[in-house]
Design a protein around this ligand. Structure first.
Ligand code: NAD
Length: 345
């Protein structure tokens, strides 16, 4: 059976394409939100969505998010995203190769990369049928693991935020409560430690906690206790919606700077943080190192250049926080406003 593709008209989006090929178990949606700044780029997410509308809602939200993230990072990328509706156990190279054929029809207006449940091997299969895919670790010219670059961006965001909060850029003696010592969280923690900061950490992975005790001289706390510890900065680096009505009243920090995506459960939490005087550095600005790394691959990869570009997150965060003070508006709304100013002129 051939690939069947259909365009959906969705207000505010340039292209939304649904596609199906039951012979390989492919059911996918690609959303191109905006290509004003350049080709749209974003990961392929594979999940067993319960319904087509749930998948559509996710891809629309995520592709728009990518437009905003790339815009604020100053990149020549627009926002796009793809979702494949499948059980992880059912993915095959044939499915990804057929998905690549679908990508090819978009002639480079959407460039795919890795996201949830999509591996390097899966991207290799996509690459057999299209060249519009980036971030395949191990192939010549690849940008490799983006996490160290993302960690640089987080650290620069932390420096900028702390400077705005205290007037001093110095992180010596600053206590950071960091949840999630994974690919990004660990590197971020190392940088904090090297700058003289103190760490309180939590994770669900015991061996990494033992390593943090010895190598980072971190204080380890229970994963639920991390929200209530006395600290200067809370750094969510594990999962989303972590700032919610249950955790927010427990926070005893002056600022939040972490790499996790979608930290605010709803915009209401962003407003509450603002009212409480807790400075929230918007997640998609802090963690833009990942897309910056891919953009540098698109231009011709050079890790030094990627790190240099990610370091500019320092200036972006400062600008956002200064404008937030001046306009008496929470930083997460200022970030959106600044992204839109560049996107729509
Ligand atoms: P990872 O899977 O390597 O690390 C996540 C860590 O969090 C692991 O150590 C895991 O054990 C821990 N963890 C998982 N669930 C937890 C829980 N409930 N409580 C405490 N700890 C928990 O992931 P990563 O690549 O480091 O990414 C972390 C976050 O940053 C994710 O939200 C990701 O989407 C976001 N992000 C990552 C990048 C990147 O370059 N890797 C870029 C942008 C955004």
């Amino acid at each position: 059976m051939a690939l069947k593709a259909e365009k959906l008209k969705v207000d505010g989006y340039e292209t939304v394409l649904t596609a199906e090929d039951s012979s390989v178990g492919l059911k996918a949606i690609i959303a191109i939100h905006n290509t004003h700044l350049g080709p749209s780029c974003g990961g392929i997410r594979l999940l067993p969505y319960r319904t087509q509308s749930e998948a559509l809602e996710d891809v629309l939200r995520l592709s728009k998010g990518m437009s905003y993230k790339s815009s604020l990072a100053g990149l020549g990328f627009g926002g796009g995203k793809a979702v494949i509706i499948s059980e992880v156990s059912k993915k095959t190279p044939e499915l990804f190769a057929r998905f690549g054929e679908l990508l090819e029809t978009l002639k480079g207006r959407y460039i795919a990369a890795k996201d949830m449940n999509v591996s390097t091997e899966d991207l290799m299969a996509v690459k057999t049928t299209t060249s519009h895919v980036l971030g395949i670790e191990g192939v010549p010219g690849s940008s490799g693991d983006p996490s160290p670059v993302t960690a640089v961006g987080c650290f620069e965001a932390l420096r900028a935020t702390w400077e705005l909060v205290t007037g001093k850029p110095d992180l010596r003696g600053v206590t950071v409560a960091l949840q999630g010592l994974g690919h990004v969280g660990w590197d971020y923690a190392v940088r904090i430690r090297e700058a003289g900061g103190k760490l309180i950490v939590s994770d669900i992975n015991e061996p990494i906690l033992a390593k943090a005790r010895t190598e980072l001289r971190a204080t380890v706390v229970d994963n639920n206790a991390i929200y209530g510890v006395e600290c200067d900065v809370f750094a969510p680096c594990a999962r989303g919606a972590i700032i919610n009505p249950e955790t927010l009243p427990r926070l005893k920090c002056r600022a939040i700077v972490g790499c996790a995506n979608n930290q605010l459960a709803t915009p209401a939490e962003g407003q509450t943080l603002w009212k409480k005087g807790i400075v929230y550095a918007p997640d998609y600005v802090v963690n833009a190192g990942g897309i910056i790394n891919i953009f540098v691959e698109y231009e011709g990869y050079n890790r030094a250049k990627a790190i240099q570009k990610a370091s500019a997150i320092y200036d972006t965060v400062k600008t956002i926080l200064r404008r937030a003070e001046k306009e008496k508006t929470p930083p997460f709304l200022i970030a959106d406003k600044m992204a839109e100013e560049r996107l729509y002129g």
